[in-house]
Design a binder for this molecule. Structure first.
Ligand code: FEO
Length: 393
């Protein structure tokens, strides 16, 4: 039994073997589906459930603690990794009500076909007494879907935040032990699902000001018993003005010409004192790329032309950037072609959601020539100048 405070338990599941989420997101360290049990003097609440594939482990944990009656199931988020066991919980605890906001209720009915009369709707800021413990619901939309909310347990100063502040990790540690490792996993997670909604997250962070938070208990990864670690990181990640002196160069090369251009650019950027990260799109774990996109000031995409358009690996990268909308300030495209190319027009169209200034593209026919390298030198000068303007060099 894992105890956070008197009569507050973590009862979720570590999924050590899962390697992909949404058939899209790599999980190098697995993940967890955290669920919490709060036993008040009069009522008992379960905060979230687990992925449906792991329901039997949740059931075993509840049986081991001796939970023979449940009054409330708090649903912070309708996505199935947290809601998927609710139907089984409602069968196991026939008196339990699902407590959530109207938007989440509607989504739970759509996704799980729950009956309308099993719900108790709550408003933003509403409280629910369990006797000697009180739950206060705080709407925190868009972390990760529009219906997401958090719960504040006032008597124990614990914020249950669901996906908000989470990290995909399976771990035997209830609390954060290796802070840098958890921060990297949390940054990856933020980048993968929350980055496009950072203006909403700024509002959510503001709503939490004034709470004397002693612990943040998310639905993935370990519990933060030093909440400032993740609160300060999120403040940086959602701040549009905070970008790093870093150029990400995601690239793919078919016959070495684009690679030569990329390697030259990386070299001359290093000579100028600009941070740079070369990322081969054919082998990268996309999560690693997303971590870099969270705060990189500049992205230069290296792409050869296949037939007449962009290489599909670069198309995928551009589509991903367009979906995640990083706060990147400057973008450029470099690459080689054989006889003609519409690659720049295609890629530019694909990243229209990213509000960044475009550098003049550098293209060459076949192998790069002296004038190609001169153009890359100029590009590096322009990047340095822009980073100086941003005050990050
Ligand atoms: Fe962990 Fe958006 O579900």
């Amino acid at each position: 039994m894992r105890t956070l405070a008197n009569n507050v338990y973590e009862v979720g599941v570590q999924d050590w073997d899962r390697r992909l989420f949404d058939e899209l997101i790599p999980l190098p360290d697995g993940t967890s589906y955290n669920a919490y049990l709060v036993k008040g003097s009069q009522k008992t609440a379960l905060l979230d459930t687990v992925d449906p594939a792991k329901t039997q482990i949740l059931v075993a944990h509840l049986v081991r603690i001796g939970v023979d009656h449940l009054d409330y199931i708090i649903s912070h988020h309708a996505e199935q990794d947290h809601s998927g066991s609710i139907p089984d919980m409602l069968l196991m605890y026939p008196d339990a009500k699902v407590v959530t906001n109207p938007k989440c209720k509607s989504m739970l009915i759509d996704h799980l076909h729950l009956e309308d009369d099993r719900f108790l709707e709550v408003e933003d800021g509403q409280t629910l007494s369990l006797g000697d413990k009180t739950l206060r619901f705080i709407y925190t939309p868009w972390v990760h879907w529009p219906e997401t909310m958090s719960t504040w347990l006032a008597e124990d100063n614990i914020l249950f935040s669901c996906d908000f502040f989470g990290s995909h990790q399976a771990t035997g540690s209830l609390y954060v032990e290796d802070e840098s490792k958890v921060l990297e996993a949390a940054k990856r997670y933020y980048g993968e699902i929350m980055m496009p909604f950072r203006s909403s997250i700024r509002g959510n962070l503001k709503k939490l000001e004034g709470l004397d938070i002693k612990m943040i208990a998310p639905s993935h990864g370990p519990v933060y018993n030093r909440p400032s670690l993740i609160l300060e990181a999120y403040q940086d990640w959602v701040d549009e003005a905070k970008v790093a002196n870093k150029v990400i160069v995601p690239y793919v090369s078919m016959h070495e010409s684009t690679r030569k251009m990329v390697e030259y650019l990386v070299d001359v950027l290093m000579d100028r004192g600009v941070g740079v990260q070369q990322v081969n799109l054919t082998t990268v774990d996309l999560g690693e790329l997303v971590i870099e996109l969270v705060d990189a000031a500049t992205v230069i995409l290296g792409c050869p032309t296949v037939l007449i358009g962009a290489h599909p690996s670069a198309v995928y990268c551009a589509a991903l950037m367009n979906a995640l909308r990083p706060k990147t300030k400057h973008i450029g495209i470099i690459g080689s072609y054989g006889w003609g190319s519409k690659m720049v027009e295609q890629l530019t169209g694909l990243i229209s959601n990213v509000k960044a200034e475009m550098f003049e593209p550098v293209l060459c026919k076949g192998l790069p020539k002296e004038e190609t390298y001169s153009a890359i030198d100029q590009l590096a000068d322009n990047i340095l100048a822009k980073h100086k303007d941003l005050g990050i060099v």
